[in-house]
Structures are given as C-alpha cells and as structure tokens.
Design a binder for this molecule. Sequence first.
Ligand SMILES: [Zn+2]
Length: 363
Amino acid sequence: MALRKILNLKRLKQVVVSYNYNEALAAVDQGAPVSGPLKPTNDEIAVGIAMTPTVLRDGEAMSVMVLNAAYLEILVAAETPQNAALREQMIYTLAHECGHVHDLDVRATSMPDIILKQRLSFRDGILFGIASGCWDEYMACRLSAFISRESVLRPLEDTFCTALEQARDRANAAIRQYRMHADVSGITKEVSEVYKRVMVYAAYMLGHIDGIEGEVAALVPKAMDALERQPYFKPFFSRLCDELRTMHGTYGQWKGLEVYEPLKQLADELLKVGGIDIQPRADDGAYVHIPFSAETMPTLEEQMAFLVGEEFRRSDVNVCREGSVFGENGEHHPNWGVTKTSARFKLGGRDYLSRLDQKDKMQ
Ligand SMILES: [Zn+2]
C-alpha cells in the first residue's frame, strides 16, 4: 500500500470499524488515568467519522484507530461519479488517521515514558489539552495533505470559519449563565472548549496548507475575511501558525512536554481575552477569575428564564404530553409548552424558552 511507504504505522495496535461508532469509541480502553471515556466529535460544526486515540499498552504509547462504518462503507461500494467525492474524503480520512499514528511514533520515540504518563493539574490539563490538540491535528493534516491537496481544504476552512464566527457569542452567553449557576469548573471547561475548537480547527487548516507548501493568505480567503470580522483572534492566528512551524522545526528531537509551553501560553492568553483567567495556586490548585464585563452580564430575560428553569427543576414537573405541562399537584399550565429538554412559557406577556437538561445552556 502506498501509504506505508510514507507513514509509519508501527504503533497502530488495533483498528476498529463499527456502525456503532459512539459505543466503539467509548469502549476503547485507554490504559491510562484519564478523565472519562472517549466521545466522538459531534457538535453543530463537525461530525466525527474517525478517531485515533493514543492508549497505553504494556507501558507503551500506542494508537487505536476507530472508524465509523457508516461512512467507511463507501470504499467497498461500486465506484460511481456520484460517490467519487465521498470516496476521496474517506481515503483522505484514512490517511489523516494514519498521520496520527506516524506522529505518535515520532513523539513517543523522542519522548519515551512521557506520553499519557504525566499527571496534569486542572490548569495544565486544560492548557495542555488545547496545545496538544492543536499539534496533533496540525501534524496529522500536514502528513496527509498530499493525498487530497485541493478538495480537503475547503471543508477545513469552512469549519474554522464557523467555529471562529460563533466562539465569542457562545462563550459570553455561557459566562452569563455562569453568573447565575456559579459552577466555576463547569464554565471553565465550557469556555475553554469553545476557544479550543477555534484554535484546533485553525491548526487543521494550517497543517494542510503547510503540507502542500501553500500560502495561508492566498489559499483560505474566507478565513482571512472571518479574521477581519473577529479581529481579537488575528494575533492568535498568526502566533499559532508561527509556534506550530517552530515546533515542527525541532520535530523528532523533542525531549519533554516543555515544547508545548508556547502553545499553552497562547491558549492561556486567548482564554483571558475570552474572560476566563485560570490562575495557578499551590499544590496544583487553581483559582479561576472571571472578571465582569458588559457582554458577560446576564440580561433581564436571561435572569428570568434561569429562575423559572430552576423552579421547574425543583418542582419535578410531570411532562404528560408535549405542549402542556402539569405541576406536582396535577395543576395544568396552559401557557407552558414543555418537551423533555425545554420549557416554553409566557411571563409578563413575553415568551421564554428554558432548557431543562443543562442549566447552563439556554436559548
Ligand atoms: Zn485528526
């Protein structure tokens, strides 16, 4: 196979192809103290079709490739002009996942006994999570770019643009909810997840562009426009690009996780700009400062929706049928429409929609 000439699959321990992709991912034994089972990418920006997590097997860092059979089956279907684009996408996906395996071997060879073996503090866990996410996707994209030079770049650019255009509003809305629910660790993870997506999707795009030795400004004009509309991210974008290339300059000679420090620093600064300041404390503790600003103060509507949502949760509402709701004592509230996850109600002549499943996410 042509791929093997270029990408080293020595550390590929197992390939799982499953129609139950989510279950297959969750079932991967990571062999290391981690925060929880693996979950697929499945937000409104991107849907996961493959993932190659790193696991520990007999003390060695290895890769497990998990592939979603619903997408992969196109490779065994008869070739038609209609499925050509999808076939190309899946072949690219396989190459990209092989890129992760190759990258793991380069890192694990130069830094033995480090990968998945270091316990990280709360703060380091978040910042290293962002930094390593950026590196992993940058390198996998850079290594696999040769296989689909043109057609992959557009979706990578679109994904980055969507993440960037949404990030600020999303993160600020989440912080406004935090002012009411006061779950510091929850809001820190939620906001850092939003900005992580922007950085990691930028890293995918930059990795592909560097893989085909292209010019960023010339190849992704839509991304350049999006950056003009979200100027706060412009310096982060160019520093991310510089730092990833600097890391690539010493690739294969890394001695420890210090090589990620500039990216962690960048992530820390971005989170501060986004309103979340994770300050280190003694004994690996952290204090999260979330300064007040106009954009992160809940509106009156949000406050009322939150309070009513709290009331619903406390009263253990019985949902009898969609569109109507009955309280604890069987009283019927004709103005309230309720589904399993949200409640729509009228208050003072205005309409409100309150999410019941996650108190920190309201529309
Ligand atoms: Zn990847």
